[in-house]
Design a protein around this ligand. Sequence first.
Ligand SMILES: NC(=O)c1ccc[n+]([C@@H]2O[C@H](COP(=O)([O-])OP(=O)(O)OC[C@H]3O[C@@H](n4cnc5c(N)ncnc54)[C@H](O)[C@@H]3O)[C@@H](O)[C@H]2O)c1
Length: 250
Amino acid sequence: MDLKLAGKVAIVTGGGQGMGKAYCLGFAEEGAYVVVADINAETAQQTAAEIRAKGGKSLPIKVDISKWGDVSNMFNKALSEFGHIDILVNNAGVRGMAKIEDFPEELLERDINVNLKGAFYCTKAVARHMKERRYGKIIYQSSSTAVRGHEAGGSAYAAAKAGMLGLMRSMAKELGSFNINVNAVVPSVFNTPLIANLPEERKEINRKQSVFGRLGEPEDMVGIVLLLASDRASYITGQSILVDGGQRPT
Ligand SMILES: NC(=O)c1ccc[n+]([C@@H]2O[C@H](COP(=O)([O-])OP(=O)(O)OC[C@H]3O[C@@H](n4cnc5c(N)ncnc54)[C@H](O)[C@@H]3O)[C@@H](O)[C@H]2O)c1
């Protein structure tokens, strides 16, 4: 099936590595132009270079999504390069871990500011433009911890990711009449640098929880994100799609 993404312009936050990088490469493969937005300028450039090496169009931008000035600048740069923005994937995220009684203030602020406020800012930056064009696709990358909780100290992360779902549903309602689709993807445990420090026993539990007996790989997420970013999913909005390998309790 042709998703008809050729010539569409997608901003992917956190596009330097992990799932964000997989989305950038996936969009480029479909002929979309990709804004690789990441706080890490080096990895953003690497992803963008990979896209260009395959004949695609991309623009790396260094951005800290928790800062409005950075986000606004990202939007302006993307617009002046490509002329319009069709798709926003709010993928960038961070996860701090600490017991609730010891949770450091800075970690709490960082997790809320990047995961929730960052997604809010990026949505705010594209909203006027998408409304004027009466076209847009916004996708939030939440987490299964938003609905199931986090057992090992990721409480601020889980709370921020749950907040993203409230933001997503509100945006679906607020922006729907402007022909803007807003959805969330809700992954379980995926094999990316984010979980590099997860103890092996924990990963083994997660592998067993999936009916496939393995963790998710970034490529497992690409299909659903590209579909939601396309007009093939034009009557889907306000939804959160759980991608968890059929997770069941062990
Ligand atoms: N890996 C998992 O198991 C898992 C599960 C559920 C949800 N998620 C979510 O999926 C998304 C992608 O995760 P991943 O596993 O690929 O993580 P990752 O750590 O591999 O990649 C995250 C990217 O976001 C960037 N980033 C971090 N803070 C930023 C900021 N302030 N501004 C801009 N960019 C910033 C990082 O530089 C990095 O490139 C995250 O939102 C994460 O919370 C991951």
